[in-house]
Every structure is written in structure tokens, then in C-alpha cells.
Design a protein around this ligand. Sequence first.
Ligand code: DGY
Length: 327
Amino acid sequence: MRPYVYITRKLSDTVIAPLRQKFTVNMWGHEEIPVPKDVLQSEAKKADGLLTMLTDAVDESVLSAGQQLKVVANMAVGYDNVDIQAASREGIAVCNTPDVLTDSTADLTFALLMATARRIVEAAQFVKEDRWKSWSPFLLAGHDIHHKTIGIVGMGKIGAAVARRAAGFEMNILYHNRTRKTEIEEKTGAVYASFDELVEQADFIVCLTPLTSETRNMFTRNIFQKMKRTAIFINASRGPVVNEQDLFAALAAGEIAGSGLDVFEQEPIHSEHPLLTLPNVVALPHIGSSTIETRTAMMKLCVDNIEAVLTGKRPKTLINKEWLQKV
Ligand code: DGY
């Protein structure tokens, strides 16, 4: 019997070809619609390997559904959608896609910062709507980026890549992280700050922390009230790190100047979402790593990880290292 691999989204046949050579592969037939939970559960019952998306709740009910599941390869660097403890208990390897997406996610984060500060989306719309009558001194005037202070919350690999970009813009760089990162400090001039110092002093507060029980609801009204009234808040990590009602209230009350958001508490959001009614919000549909090159590299890494585990090798990017002791 060839091992069975289930893929929870329609991916390109070329990328998954190496899996088809060795395993029986089946995949959910839609690119834009997530697999329903009952389908995921019944596929997990039969599968040796699952290739999942960040939209799939890979919880205990999925992980304990079958007897032969050996690997879950999640196509994201974040893995808050996977119950890692349950996977380890069940002897299932869980893999993610770090490194390959670092630079493109940092590019998008910086683009979002720039778009929000320089009102790029509003300005492009202004031209398209034929509202441009003349050059004028304060036409769509935004906020400077160069020489301002950026505060990076979460100095992982993507945080470090954003710091390198900020250094190129001659920004002062503050960061907050569970641990000090002296190498990044030396390379970029970033200075460690407490969370409160960072939110009080930064002109741009950039959230890049993973979603954990400690970071959930980290940005609440009282935190926004500590920020400068000219501050711009960027979130490119996970929506639930921010209390969206509080963010809306802070923006509506003019307690901060703007926000660029690539992620939301409940995705997707729709046009009636309160944050979308504000002119100083730039909202994107969770596209941090979405370039053709990077998404292809993420898919390939998932394929490699599944192939490795199902052929008895160590996967490249294993999250639950305790799995190694069980095999
Ligand atoms: C990730 O990899 O966690 C990103 O959010 C996906 O774009």
C-alpha cells in the first residue's frame, strides 16, 4: 500500500509531482475555499500525511482521527492553527515554512508601513476618480518615514529583516522581544526596549509576534492610548494579537494617526467591517508572503517535509522537536 497524502487546498500539479511519484495524493478541489472540517477529519482518518493551510484548524479531533497520520506540513511560518501538544502526543511530526518567506513578508510589511504613512492607496484612488485638479502644497500629505523611530514587536527572522529595511531608511530602531538579539542590534543598530517604552516612543509600531496565549489581545485601548497621537500601527502577524474594537476606537478618537493591517481577528473581513470605514486604515487580505516565488517555495518545502517523514528521514523544518525522540 502506498502512503496516502491529503492536501487541503488546490495546489499546482507541478509542485506536488514529487509526492505523486511515491504516494497516493488527493487534494481539496478549490483554491479559494477552505476545506470543511468534516472533510478534513475524514481525510485525516485515512492519511499518512497532511499538507494544511493556516485556515485549517488542525486540532485534536483531526490529529487523533486516524491511526497512521505521521506528518502535518503547514503552509505558513505561523502554526497557531495546529495543536502542537496533541500532535506530539500522537507521535505526529509538525512542520512549518520558515526562512523561505522571510524577505517577501518583510517587504510587504515595509510596503504596508509606507502605504499607510504616505497615503498611497488613497492617493491612487484620488487619481483614478479624477479628483486631481492641481498640484497643491498639502495635497494628500502623509508622514515622513526616514529618520523616524520604528518599534518592532517580535524580533524573529521577519522582524530582523524589517529592521534591515528600516536601517536603509535611516530610521531609529527599537524592538521588543522575549529575548535580546545582540547580533541584530549590532547589524542594524536596533535598541532593545520594554514594551511600554516602545509603544510610547515609536512613530511606527510594527507587530510581528507569533500568536500565542501570551500575545493574544496584546494591543488593547490602553496600549493605543500610550502611543503618540501621530503613531502608525502596523500588524502583519496574526489578527487576534490586536483587539480590533479597541483599535477602531483609538483610530476614531484620533488617539493614533493610522493603521496598516494585513491580518484580522476573523478572516476574511467584508466591506461592512468598521475598520474599513476609516480613511486612515490600509487593509490587505493576509498577503504577507504572497509572491509567486515565495508561495511556490513554501509549497515545495511542505512537499519536501512530507516526503522526508514518509520515507523515514528527518524533515527540514520540524516544529515539535520532541517528535524525534518518538521515532
Ligand atoms: C505565515 O506564513 O504565517 C503567513 O501569515 C502566511 O502568509
